[in-house]
Every structure is written in C-alpha cells, then in structure tokens.
Design a protein around this ligand. Structure first.
Ligand SMILES: Nc1nc2c(c(=O)[nH]1)N[C@H]1C(S)=C(S)[C@@H](COP(=O)(O)OP(=O)(O)OC[C@H]3O[C@@H](n4cnc5c(=O)[nH]c(N)nc54)[C@H](O)[C@@H]3O)O[C@H]1N2
Ligand SMILES: Nc1nc2c(c(=O)[nH]1)N[C@H]1C(S)=C(S)[C@@H](COP(=O)(O)OP(=O)(O)OC[C@H]3O[C@@H](n4cnc5c(=O)[nH]c(N)nc54)[C@H](O)[C@@H]3O)O[C@H]1N2
Ligand code: FES
Ligand SMILES: [Mo]
Length: 896
C-alpha cells in the first residue's frame, strides 16, 4: 500500500490507483467531466486538476497515479482558479439555452458552473458546428453542446467495439462526429446507447424522454430486463405512471451500466394500443371472440378444465408456462397443473430452446445449469464460443467476451457456420457445416488425446468412462473430421492445442449446439472437452449455456417441466413426491413424468389431450412446422391463453386472459448464471388486466382448491421451504444484486461456481458419442440448407419488440441471408424478393446477399409474423429432449 496525504488526510491507496480513485475512496469529491471508471483515462477536460506539493503544474487527478508520501490539495486557490478558467473556456463554445435544454438539472457542466460560481465567459465562441441532428429514431444529437470530453468516442471504441464516433478536423476546429459524417446507423451504430449514457451535457440524449420530463420530475425504479437471459439490471424513469427512459446503474451486476438496444429502447410496447385489456371468450374457435367480465372468464375456464378432467382424466390436460414470466408465476403454474389438474403434463419454452442443455449437462455433470458466472468471462485465457451469436442475442455478455479479447489478451475460438460479428475478434473461426458439432468436437478430442494434451490427473480423480471415449474419438482423425464438417484439418489441430493449452478455458454456447437432432449429444460433447482438459470447477472455466429468455433458467428451476418439482427434485422420487403432497395438502400427486411439449401435440392428434393452458408462449409462431402445430392446437376442446397481445396462439383460444407485463408486477427472474433477482412493480396494472399469479390463483380457487397469496414474496417463501437448493432465499435477501443459487440456508452467500470439489453426479461422465447426421439434408430437389436464429433488434415472436417505434424505425422486416455465389447461381440481388420452400411450407421474403452466410446455406430469423419462418422448419428433433431441429432443414429458393 502507498500512503498519500490528500487535503491533510492520510489515505492508504493501492500503488496502481490514481489520485482521483484514492480521494474517492475516502469520500473526498473531485469534479470530473471526461472520467469514467470503465474507460482508460484521457485527461481531456482538466476539471479534475489538483495541486501536488513540489510540482510546478497542476495534475489531472484522473490520470496521475499516487506515489508514496505525495501531498495533494484538491481545493487550493490555484486549483479553484484553474477549474473556473476551464469552465469559462468550455462555456465559451456552449449555447446558453440552459432554460430550455432537456439535460437541465442533470448537466454536469451546468452544475459545475453553479458550484464554481461562473456566470459568463470572457472568451469568444470559436467553433460553430451543424444544427442539431434529429434524424435518428432513438438518439438526439446537438454537437453545439459538446464539450469534447471524448467519453462517447471512447466508450463506443473501448466497451462496445463499434467505433461509430471519432474526432474530426484539427486544432481548434476539432469536434466529435461520426466517421466520414455518415448517419449513426451507416456508421455501424447498434443503438446500445452507451454514448448517450456517458454524455455529461446535452449533446447526446435519449429521444423518448425529451420534452416530456426533467430528471427531478421522474421516479426511479430498479428492476430486471425481460428480454434475454443476461438479465440486465435496469433503472426505469417514470413520470405520471408513464415510463419515459431506461438507464442502467454502473455499479450493478451483471451489466454494470451497459444495455443493448432492446433493454434501453424496447420498453414502449407496454403502452401499445394493442394491449389486451378485457378477457375474451367464445364457445368455438370459428366464432369471433366476445368481451367478458373476469368473473365470467375465470368461471368458464374453471368449468371447462373441471369437465374435461372429469370426462377424460387428468392426463387429458397440458400446461405450457412462460419463460417471460416470473419464478413465482411458473411455480404456481406447475403447482396448479400437478395439484389441481392432477397431471405432470407441464412444460415451457425451454423445450424449443435449451432443454438439450438440461439433458446433456445433467448426463455429464449432474446439473443442467451454467457452471460459472458471466463476470468470469473477462478473466478467461481461451474462450470457445460455439453456436452463440452473442453480439446479437446476448449483447451485454458479448461485451465481456470483447473485453477479454481486446483488453485482457484472451484467445477466442468461434464455432459457427456463419461469419457472425464475433469472428472479427476470433483467433480461429471453425466454420463448420450446420449440424456437425459432435463430429467437430470429437475431432478436437482426438487431437488432444493423440498429442497427450489431456489433464490426466483431473481425468483420474474426477471423471469416468475415459477409455470408451478414447475408443470412439480414435476414428475422428483430423482428415475424417474435415470430411464431415468442412473445417480445414489445420484449424482443428490449432484449436485443440489452443484450448488444451490453458487452465483458464471457458466454453460459452448457444442454440447452434442444442437445436439439432443431436442437440443433447452436442452439449455432452462440449462437456467432454471441458472434462478432458480439467477446465471446470474453477473461476474462468466451465461450460456455460447462454440461456435465452429472461427467465427460462427460472421456469425450469421452478419445475415447469414434466418430470421435476423446483430445482430438479424428481416427481417420481417417493420422498420428494410425499413432501410436496403434504405441503400442498393433497392425498396424492402424480408420479408418472408427464408429456413434453411436442408429445402434447401428438397426444392431441391421438385424442388423448383435450385441454391446454398456455401462458406467455406463442408456439403457433415459434414451434417448428407450425402448419402442423396450428392444426393440432385447433383440435383442442378447450384452450385458455394468458397474454399481453393477441398472438397467433391466442387466436386459436377459447378464452384469452389479459395479463400484466414485467413493469407492472413484483417477482423474481433467474438469469443465465443462476442469479435470482427482484423485479419491482413500477407502474400500475392496466385497467382490465390481472397479474399472471393472481389469475392462476383465481382459476385454482374456482376449481375448489383455494390458492391465495397476499404478495409474490409469500410464493417465494413457499418455494424456499420446499426446495433445499433455494432454502436461503427470501425477498429481503434478494435486494441489490440478488443471489446465485444453490443457497442452502439464510446465511449462505450463494454459489457462483458449480462442481468445485465434486460433480453433482459424483464423477464427471465422458459420454462416448458418434456423429449423427441431421434429419433432412439438402438434395437435388431442396438444394440449400436453411439455418435459423436471431437478429439484434427483434425478439422471438416480435410481440413486444415490434411494438417499439424507435426499434421499428431501425429494423422491422425480414431479409434472407444468402452467399454471393449461391445468389449468383439463382440470379438474385440484395433486396429482391424470393420464394423459399421446404417440404412443409413456403414463404416470400426479400434477400440480403452476404458472405456472412456459409456457401450452400441460407439464414432466416423468425421474428416477423408476415414472414413465418417456421412454416419451413422442423423435420427433425433432438433425440433425447425433443427440441426441434431449427438449425437444419433443406429448402429451395426461387426468384420471384
Ligand atoms: N435480439 C435477440 N436476442 C435474443 C432473442 C431474440 O429473439 N432476439 N432470443 C433469446 C432466446 S429465447 C435465446 S434461446 C437466445 C439464443 O441465442 P443464440 O443461441 O445466440 O441464438 P441463435 O441466433 O438462434 O443461434 C446462434 C448461432 O448458432 C449458429 N449455428 C447454427 N447451426 C450451427 C451448428 O450446427 N453448430 C454451431 N456451432 N453453430 C450453429 C448460427 O449461425 C447462429 O449464429 O437469444 C435470446 N436473445
Ligand atoms: N425458426 C426458429 N424458431 C424458433 C427458434 C429458432 O432459433 N429458430 N428458437 C426457439 C426458442 S429458443 C424459443 S425460446 C422460442 C420462443 O418462442 P416464444 O416463447 O413463443 O417467444 P416470445 O416472443 O418470447 O413469446 C412469449 C410471449 O409471452 C408474452 N409475454 C411477455 N411477458 C409476459 C408476461 O409477463 N406474462 C404473460 N402471460 N405473457 C408474457 C409475449 O407477449 C409473447 O407473446 O422460439 C423458438 N422458435
Ligand atoms: S476528469 Fe480528469 S481530465 Fe477530465
Ligand atoms: Mo430460447
């Protein structure tokens, strides 16, 4: 430690700290304009100057490190004079429209002028710049107000890696602009809003809040984002119960001030005129809906569920609950299904997503969850990112990958058939043929064993079945692997050496691993890779699925699955079954594991399933082969759908129950790293709607099983009581950054790293797996491989993301990506319309000719109802988890 004297106070500081950091630690305030703890110091504004004894010039405290015995004065006469002079200089170039500026009250320049009593400037305006730019849908820009602190330029470079902003011109004419004066969009902007969030003045502002509120007028409510599984912490700014702006707190995990375009600008859907606000009912799905009272709607649902249960038995019912909803709601959905309906036919959208992760990781390690935290990414030495388009689907997690690579020197191996953005940061891109993951990973394992790079000690102490693995992968020579996967054998060898050569190797993966016929196998293969190198059970290692929905980890953890109660206690374990039956005061709970979602549709076809309750899930758009799924759902005798909007699935319902979105309710979400966090009710329920948990309770009560809670916290208390892994969770303990489960008791701090000393299943299991080809590969009739996935700006069925004007102004329609050589063969140019057909259906879409697509493959997302991609998909499904093979099917493309 280094001792310095600041304003007469002895301060112990780390030698690597700056004067500013040391002062802040002991509560001495030094003003700053260009400083941000996330960025390298630039020393541009010089407002933070201090006097250091024995030095002739004042020092910028943000850029000057402490040294032993240093004596610092932060408010000497010379310092104050210099700050005043600096403010005068800044002010000389600033328009004096403080009264009408939207930043007033929150403008650092204005506040400092007041604090230092600077009322005017002796200097003349030097540098007029263009008028304000209002052309951008989300971000207002008035460079007349810019004070050249450079924070926007630096955060866009250093944190987001997008390089949209630059300093242009020279000398006194220097100013901040976009490169080559392009529009922000054309300059590569991804609308993360980082630049707006750091601007100390009114040069960059969020448009939605402008002219609507000043900062002191808004209420701030902390909550958690409900788009992807990163689970960013948000601050909502609210006036008159209207949300006007979303920001993030730089001290709060896991995003520390970062957000993506959906988190920051995707909030306006809640006030869309399309929100459902009255229960809708009808006797049969060929009739139009009519509006009903809540009493009538709940009564009807209860009556029909009871009748159907009585007539056809409990297993004639199935429930799909929402991974967009809270833990508490999912817990109640499965409790309702098991207790009131008497069946385990319970599932959630994990079935079409990461169910193979749960199956695969459970088989290998004993627990289906991510092994490490998102923060661990930054410290990894080698990162494998496989089948995860992280910058588009988990943008804030991607920032951690970029930081690991750019700032900490980590090596990055990307395994993806497409040239995704992360490829720019990668040392090696293994551009495999979609559907060949198991072969590729077997190839990597082959090289590791052949070259003796495996961790023998770890294999000996902590794993089993290594000999069988060795035998199976012996066939996957680099040559053989190249032949199956299309990846050059040199790259396979290089990647195997790279990953095996570190003990801080971390695997991150996504749906490119799971949504395959051999999806669970793919996940097990990745686990083989982590086990063989001993890269698990320690910081900066492990195998980490980036779970998709904000609360898909949670809905699975809550037992919204056919075979388990909360935290994977099995329904057919007599002890767990008895415990739950006793707590829920029923004689018996069903022991037989229930139907998985695709089995439910088959059961409708065979006449065994008659009624469904679908909460916040839209299989009629998001399942595979949707023409078939829609036909099955249409045959139900009764369907109740609980939704925010009239989705394609709701259109097939007998009763539609309008419900609340995440701004309007209390509860918890669990993110991809198992972090359980509180969301806080920020605005009232729209008139005519009820919370999901409240609706479930009302239906149960109307069916003769009284279920009632005063507040979701009481549901969490029940979860904690029944679930050893969550025994230490209650709402009080969740304030702040929440807790990472398992949390064994009220004093337990949580468990960010799993499998430290032993695996949940004892020893880690090497699963010896052969490569299984996809169900449907291109042939003469359907010569192209279609793979599907996500785009940054839209989210799943689009029900929420397509209802934000700012986002839709940036992106609101689908383009099929096709490789230039394939496009040339078909004589297609970017922007032209084509017809894409598979054996199951066909659609029309515009094209984008791009080398992002692998030769022979085309890519579509599934976010836009006018382009229902899933009429095409779905020949195969995961052999174990039944997840649709969304990532591979055969199509033909015809020019229109
Ligand atoms: N913007 C946005 N973000 C989202 C969502 C959204 O809709 N929009 N949805 C959320 C949800 S529910 C989820 S589950 C996550 C999903 O997030 P990701 O898992 O990143 O999702 P995808 O884009 O479907 O697929 C990822 C990648 O897999 C690649 N891939 C395809 N086939 C293969 C293969 O055989 N092997 C390998 N190694 N890769 C392959 C694709 O090229 C693609 O780049 O995103 C979440 N976040
Ligand atoms: N072709 C193709 N298809 C895919 C995929 C793919 O990669 N390719 N990916 C699959 C994956 S990973 C997933 S997860 C699915 C996603 O498919 P879905 O789960 O159907 O998609 P979401 O848009 O998340 O839809 C959830 C619904 O919940 C509603 N909702 C939001 N919040 C709440 C709430 O608090 N309560 C209630 N009751 N409702 C709410 C929204 O309005 C929305 O309609 O799509 C799958 N489909
Ligand atoms: S904050 Fe130190 S120079 Fe700007
Ligand atoms: Mo998902």
């Amino acid at each position: 430690m280094t001792t310095v004297i600041i304003d007469g106070k002895r301060v112990e500081a780390d030698p690597s700290q700056t004067i500013l950091e040391a002062a802040r630690r002991v509560g001495i305030r030094i003003p700053t304009l260009c400083h941000d703890p996330r960025l390298k110091p630039s020393g541009a504004c010089r407002i933070c100057v201090v006097e250091v004894e024995g030095k002739d010039n004042l020092a910028a405290s943000c850029a000057t490190p402490v040294s032993e015995g240093m004596k610092v004065s932060t408010r000497s006469e010379a310092v104050l004079r210099s700050r005043r002079l600096n403010l005068e200089l800044l002010w000389s170039n600033h328009p004096n429209d403080c009264l009408t500026c939207d930043k007033a009250g929150e403008c650092s320049l204005q506040n400092l002028m007041y604090e230092y009593d600077v009322k005017t400037s002796r200097f003349v305006k030097q540098n007029p710049v263009p008028a304000p730019d209002e052309s951008n849908p989300a971000i207002y820009r008035d460079m007349n107000k810019c004070i050249m602190c450079g924070k926007c330029v630096r955060i866009c470079d250093e944190v987001q890696g997008q390089h949209v902003w630059t300093f242009s011109d020279r000398g006194i004419k220097t100013r901040v602009s976009t490169a080559f004066e392009k529009s922000m969009q054309d300059g590569g902007c991804v609308f993360c809003g980082h630049c707006v969030s750091v601007c100390p003045v009114g040069a960059l502002m969020d448009k939605p809040v402008m002219k609507k509120a000043r900062s002191w007028e808004t209420r701030k409510v902390r909550t958690v984002c409900s788009y992807c599984g990163v689970g960013c912490s948000l601050v909502l700014h609210i006036k008159n119960n209207e949300i006007l702006q979303v920001t993030a707190d730089i001290n709060s995990a896991p995003n520390y001030g970062s957000l993506c375009v959906k988190g920051r600008y995707g909030f306006e859907f809640y006030s869309s005129k399309d929100r459902l606000k009255t229960p809708l009912v009808r006797d049969n799905i060929n009739e139009p809906f009519r509006e009903a009272s809540w009493e009538e709607a709940i009564g009807l649902v209860a009556k029909r569920f009871s009748e159907i249960k009585k007539k056809y038995g409990p297993d004639s019912f199935g429930c799909l609950s929402s991974s967009r909803g809270t833990n508490e709601e999912n817990f109640l959905a499965q409790k309702f299904t098991r207790v009131v309906m008497g069946t385990n036919n319970m599932d959630n959208c994990a079935r079409v997503c990461h169910a193979p992760s749960v199956t695969g990781l459970r088989a290998a390690l004993g627990s289906g969850a991510a092994t490490n935290s998102l923060a661990d990414i930054e410290g990894a030495e080698v990162l494998i990112v496989s089948g995860s388009n992280t910058t588009e689907a988990h943008p804030v997690a991607a920032l951690k990958i970029k930081k690991a690579v750019r700032q900490n020197g980590a090596k990055l191996i990307v395994i993806d058939p497409r040239k995704i953005e992360l490829v720019k940061y990668a040392d090696i891109h293994l551009q495999l043929r979609a559907g060949t993951n198991v072969a590729l990973i077997n190839g990597l394992l082959h090289v590791i064993i052949k070259e003796g790079l495996q961790n023998d000690d770890f294999i000996e102490r902590r794993t089993e079945n290594f000999e069988m693995l060795k035998q199976v992968v012996s066939k996957y020579t680099p040559e053989e692997t190249e032949a199956i996967t299309g990846v050059p054998k040199e790259d396979i060898i290089k990647a195997a050496r790279m990953y095996a050569g570190t003990n801080k190797g971390m695997i991150i993966y996504g749906l490119g691993m799971t949504e395959h016929k051999a999806g669970s196998h793919g996940v097990m293969s990745l686990a083989n890779l982590a086990l063989i190198t001993g890269n698990v059970g320690r910081p900066n290692t492990g195998i980490n699925p980036l779970r998709g929905q904000n609360n898909v980890q949670g809905s699975c953890d809550m037992g919204a699955l056919p075979d388990v109660y909360a935290c994977y206690q099995r329904v057919d374990d007599p002890e767990a079954n008895r415990k739950h039956a006793e707590a829920w005061k029923v004689k018996k709970l069903p022991e037989k594991p229930g139907l998985k979602e695709p089995q439910m549709y088959r059961a409708i076809e065979s006449g065994d399933l008659k009624a469904m309750y679908i909460i916040g899930y839209d299989p009629a758009i998001s399942q595979a082969d949707i023409n078939k799924v829609r036909a099955s759902i249409s045959k139900l005798e009764f369907l109740a759908v609980q939704e925010l909007f009239m989705t394609e699935t709701a259109k097939l319902a007998h009763v539609v129950l309008p419900t609340s979105c995440y701004f309007e309710k209390d509860g918890t979400f669990t993110n991809a790293e198992r972090r359980v966090r509180r969301l806080h009710k920020a605005i009232p329920l729209p008139e005519g709607t009820k919370s999901d948990w409240d609706i479930i309770c009302s239906i149960a009560t109307a069916m003769g099983y009284p279920m009632s809670y005063n507040h979701p916290s009481e549901i969490m208390d029940e979860i904690a009581k029944l679930t050893p892994d969550m025994a230490g969770i209650n709402y009080k303990r969740l304030e702040g950054d929440g807790l990472v489960w398992p949390v064994w008791d009220m004093n337990h701090p949580g468990t960010p790293i799993l499998h430290k000393d032993t695996f949940k299943r004892g020893r880690g299991m090497f699963n010896d797996l052969m490569y299984t080809p996809s169900e449907e590969l291109p042939d003469e009739e359907y010569p192209l491989l279609l793979t599907t996935g996500r785009r940054l700006y839209q989210y799943n069925n689009g029900s929420m993301s397509l209802r934000n004007p700012e986002i839709c102004a940036i992106n609101s329609e689908e383009f099929m990506e096709i490789h230039p050589a394939d496009a040339a063969k078909l004589d297609i140019k970017s922007g032209e319309k084509v017809r894409v057909s598979s054996r199951r259906g066909s659609l029309e879409v515009k094209t984008e000719v791009t080398e992002k697509s692998r030769l022979g493959s085309v890519f579509l997302s599934f976010h836009y109802p006018e382009t229902p991609t899933n009429v095409l998909t779905g020949p195969g499904e995961d052999m174990l988890a039944l997840t649709p093979e969304y990532k591979v099917c055969a199509v033909k493309v015809e020019k229109m």
